[in-house]
Design a protein. Structure first.
Length: 206
């Protein structure tokens, strides 16, 4: 029997994850069955269950992959001189995450899927661990970026880096929630809004 290459295995896993994400985004996590996923990806049950035992593992893998991609973008930004400002970086990450990540899934549907993932953490211990690890990893990555801002003279050092990191993460989460609920929030809205806030000048107390 011919040996299956790692490239083929990775491509098959990618096919399954993308198909499952489209299903979850389109129909919702709970309304989607594994049979729906099999139909979407055009594979047999055996082929899919070789990689994932069920929906919980699929959604955890999708979440873990998303966090890894976002953290990687932040870490790369922290190594750039000068590092991109928050408006530029958050805009680029959210465009990649919401507009290019899942072919065939519209932006609002995918944002709603993210909200469903967040709510699932209240009952799913595996998913809670995945999101907790991802969240703490993002905080660490953003904190490194804050240190890079300071090293380049872009940001003052009077606020702890972790507090800045958590605020920027909250900004991205709030944008995703608006997109999921109202569906009329372009990424440029966030970019322009952040740029406007960043343009404010601190006034010395009189």
């Amino acid at each position: 029997m011919a040996r299956v290459s790692q490239e083929h295995l990775d491509a098959r896993r990618r096919q399954i994850l993308d198909g499952a994400a489209r299903c979850f985004a389109r129909n919702g996590f709970h309304a989607t069955s594994m049979a729906d996923v099999l139909t979407e990806v055009g594979l047999s049950a055996g082929a899919v269950y070789r990689y994932f035992r069920g929906k919980d593992e699929l959604i955890a893998a999708i979440a873990a992959e998303a966090f890894a991609g976002i953290r990687g973008a932040f870490e790369e930004a922290s190594r750039t001189t000068p590092p991109p400002t928050p408006d530029v970086l958050l805009g680029a990450v959210l465009r990649l995450f919401l507009e290019e990540r899942i072919a065939g899934a519209d932006r609002q549907a995918f944002a709603r899927l993210i909200l469903q993932v967040w709510s699932e953490t209240l009952r799913n211990e595996q998913l809670f661990r995945t999101l907790s690890e991802g969240y703490h990893g993002m905080r660490e990555a953003w904190a490194k970026l804050v240190e890079a801002y300071r090293a380049n003279g872009i940001m003052t050092a009077d606020v702890p880096a972790d507090r800045v990191a958590r605020t920027l993460i909250a900004t991205a989460q709030g944008f995703i929630a608006q997109q999921a609920l109202f569906g009329d929030v372009e990424v440029d809205v966030l970019v322009d809004g952040l740029r406007g806030l960043m343009s404010m000048e601190m006034q010395s107390p009189s």
